[in-house]
Design a binder for this molecule. Sequence first.
Ligand code: X2X
Length: 339
Amino acid sequence: MSFSRRTLLKASAASALLGGIGAPYVARAQSAEFTYKYANNLPDSHPMNARAKEMAAAIKKDTNGRFDLQIFPNNQLGSDTDMLSQIRSGGVEFFTLSGLILATLVPAASINGIGFAFPDYDTVWKAMDGELGAYIRGEIKKSGLEVMDRIWDNGFRQTTSSTKPINGPEDLKGFKIRVPVSPLWTSMFKAFDAAPASINFAEVYSALQTKIVEGQENPLAIISTAKLYEVQKYCSLTNHMWDGFWFLANRRAWEKLPEDVRAIVARNINAAGVNERADVAKLNANLQQELAGKGLIFNQPNTAPFRDKLRSAGFYAEWKGKYGDQAWEILEKAVGKLS
Ligand code: X2X
């Protein structure tokens, strides 16, 4: 009884004090000490954004409101190319980007996208949470950006088309395919004698709709959440590469955070990434039926002829030369001999 009375008295004294100082003080006291922007290129309905929202709420709670993370999904703040320059200048504080696109700044960051390197998710996470991921993060940090420890999943990529199914490498000959803005992607589809066009994800739906390109390639979770099935007819399960999103931070913004806040933010981002991996893997495994119901026609080509074509075109040898022996050795330690 007396305890709650005392609490009540204290509370009313505090509100009298705040009231006396004035409303602007109250507003400031309630706003966060750090308000940081996180931009990404995926639809709001993708697990990346569901987990990001959950993570932002957890960070706010764990920092007692000191840190407010504002999420800007769906290229709201610009394309990947725009955001890569924004994260470097500090226009945004956080950004998730495919390592293959980041490679325009950090060449080593595309190495996990080498065609047909990864057979399955177990091999992916062992490598990306192990030596290969550590090597790539080291290279990213050398470039002046910060990066969280856990890479988020994009997934194994499949090939869609409005004109024909892809049954073997010969079907890619002359195929007008959108690829992200990234030297590795262009190089790989050129090795298949396709006609790749570099287009940011922000423009992919309309590029397919207006038939600037015939096809594109992305994991099923994106084909579904970005509704690419509305403008594509075939989906060939080529599984030609695994792609993930590095959670990047602007270094100045990151170092400005007190150590305790930084630890809370990093812990929550990494935990959310691990949860997002499980969501995406589940979606990628279960979406085929749902997308078939929406009219996509699926086929599952044998991947061996695709690999043979890359090998005979000199693709593996060329990229081994570009990454260097040390990086290639780390990759092959994780996935087996490639070249
Ligand atoms: O641009 C793409 O295709 C996407 C969404 O998969 C990436 O961010 C690499």
